[in-house]
Design a protein. Structure first.
Length: 590
């Protein structure tokens, strides 16, 4: 509070600067909330970040998606048999759905007709009683029988009042209803059986194919040369190995099965609707473009928001990883870095939820419009002349069919989007698998059988005028005319300052890289004459950065000798001065 500010305000209460600060904070908070909600429904402020997120995937978007049939290139004969069998059951499943709709319309029509007949019967009885009373008053008791006979004849001849046996009609109605109910039970059991079989067969064969795909991709990546791995980030390769395979499995898995069933069901619904009443079906077909167009628009918008959300989450995940790796530095400099990135995911999620809510409401509106159009058109056709065969059951069947078709059409967009994502994800996966035969980036010798190609190695090592620079840094030479000799049975040490190339010499000796010029020999023979797998099996290396896999200490040590015994592993730990340290760890033993 300033010195010039009065102690008492106009109301006689103590004045404080805190009140002004609170009001100012409330205004800022309200303005910020309005800006946040305004930003939730537009991407203008985050367009720069959104473009930045797309830069990493620019080369993937230029590739043409693979053909749908190529997605099944890892299927063998047995898999194709299972997929064809599953499609056969899909057709039966769609037929069960159509039969269910038809029987539902018939059953509902029976109830409507019976209710109408009951009302007519009650009206007939009331009319008969009224005529009896009128005849008794006007003509006397002796003329009652004659009047009843005449009125009965008049009713039967003119069709104004139709007498019926109430008990017999009830039995007929009950028999008709139970017959339809029995058929519904049978169709439900068949639908349960075929849907279970088709889902099992399709998921089984897709799991088999994606497993082979994952193995082929992993094998292709595992034999890559080190320069290739230097020029490609491990996170990108990991995403292609897991995320892209998951997208492919999702796109050709249960979603593709549902898409096939949906398309089959839609065509089946149209055929049945034409068979029931083609005139009413032609009228209802005018609403189909509206449903399809709106579904495509909402699916496109939702897909864009989904892609945006996934990319922002990926960006946020990278920041979170960096956040935890340098926690103290981040907290002291930019503590709100991850919060700013998460704001993008929040606004994207709100937009996606709003679109989904509008889409659900729009589908409900379309469903009611379809029902209203069906009943209005049906009532108009029923009242026309020469339409004696048109019944209330036809109207109910067509209404049920088109309502079901709208629900099926609404799912097509999302499933087509999933299939498109699978085709796009398969581009990089299949390219990496096809690169397995490229000898310039692969070490095919690692997977070869070397049982008959082993040779004795004495251990005389010589570097003869070796020059080298890393492929990712061609303008920075690491080794220049290096010549070193290490005799067998002797200890040779490479000593130098950090970055002088000591570790690089070991990498060249292990053939992680190839020298730019010069030659490396073992026992007088160039190392290129040795099988890579055999060469590395005869070299023991302890690198500067230890690599521990997510398993026990025993299993990590055993990688040096897969058939090592317990005593050999403990002895290796002692020789490495690690046994005492390991034994001091809580709940740990070798």
């Amino acid at each position: 509070m300033s010195d010039k500010e009065p102690l008492l305000n106009a109301s006689g209460k103590l004045s404080s600067g805190v009140d002004n600060d609170d009001n100012e904070n409330k205004k800022k908070s309200l303005s910020k909330s309005l800006d946040d909600w305004r930003r939730c429904f537009t991407r203008t402020k985050s367009e720069g970040k959104y473009i930045e997120l797309n830069e990493n995937n620019e080369h993937d978007e230029k590739d043409e998606p693979v053909d749908i049939l190529r997605l099944f290139q890892f299927a063998n004969t047995f898999d194709w048999i299972m997929m064809c069998t599953a499609m056969f059951f899909i057709i039966i499943h769609a037929g069960c759905i159509l039969a269910n709709l038809f029987l539902y319309g018939q059953l509902t029509g029976l109830f409507a007709i019976d209710s109408y007949a009951s009302n007519c019967n009650n009206s007939n009885q009331n009319a008969t009683a009224s005529i009896h009373r009128k005849n008794a008053v006007l003509q006397g008791i002796e003329l009652q029988a004659f009047g009843n006979a005449q009125s009965h004849k008049l009713r039967n001849d003119s069709g104004i009042i139709a007498s019926s046996g109430l008990s017999r009609s009830q039995f007929v109605f009950r028999d008709n209803v139970m017959a339809l109910v029995y058929w519904l039970f049978i169709i439900g059991a068949v639908e349960f059986l075929v849907s279970s079989i088709e889902s099992f067969l399709w998921n089984w064969t897709i799991k088999r194919q994606t497993y082979r795909m994952s193995v082929s991709l992993f094998k292709s990546l595992a034999q890559r040369r080190i320069p290739y791995l230097d020029s490609n980030q491990a996170t990108q390769l990991n995403a292609k190995l897991f995320d892209n395979i998951a997208k492919i499995e999702k796109g050709i898995g249960i979603e593709l099965l549902i898409l096939i069933a949906t398309i089959t069901g839609i065509f089946g619904c149209l055929i049945m609707s034409f068979a029931v009443n083609w005139k009413l079906t032609m009228i209802m077909l005018f609403l189909i473009p509206l449903v399809i167009g709106s579904s495509l628009v909402f699916s496109k918008l939702t897909a864009n928001e989904t892609v945006y959300e996934l990319k922002t989450y990926a960006k946020t995940g990278q920041i979170v990883q960096e956040f935890f790796s340098s926690l103290r530095t981040v907290l002291s400099t930019v503590p709100n870095l991850s919060r700013n990135e998460l704001a993008l995911t929040r606004s994207g999620g709100i937009r996606q939820g709003a679109l989904f809510g509008v889409f659900i409401g729009w589908l409900s509106l379309i469903t009611f419009i379809v029902c209203a159009t069906d009943f209005i058109s049906g009532s108009f056709l029923m009242t026309k002349k020469n339409q004696s065969t048109f019944t209330i059951s036809d109207i109910l069947i067509v209404a049920s069919i088109f309502s079901q078709s709208i629900g099926l059409i609404s799912f097509v967009g999302s499933f087509v989007q999933g299939l498109s994502e699978a085709r796009g994800a398969a581009v990089s996966v299949f390219r990496l698998i096809d690169e397995e035969k490229d000898e310039s980036i692969n070490e095919a010798e690692v997977w070869e059988d070397i049982t008959e190609s082993r040779s004795n190695i004495n251990g005389d090592i010589k570097f003869n005028n070796v020059n080298f620079h890393y492929p990712s840094r061609r303008d920075a030479p690491v080794l220049c005319n290096l010549s070193v000799v290490a005799r067998a049975g002797q200890t040779t040490a490479l000593v130098g300052f950090s970055g002088c190339g000591k570790s690089t010499c070991i990498s060249l000796f292990l053939r992680y890289y190839e020298p730019s010029s010069g030659e490396i020999t073992i026992d007088g023979k160039p190392i290129t004459n040795y099988n890579v797998q055999h060469l590395r099996e005869n070299i023991g290396v302890v690198s500067q950065e230890p690599v521990l896999f997510g398993m026990t200490i025993y299993e990590n040590i055993r990688f040096g000798k897969l058939n090592a015994t317990q005593d050999e592993i403990e002895e290796a730990a002692r020789e490495a001065n690690a046994h005492n340290f390991i034994m001091q760890l809580p709940d740990v033993c070798i």
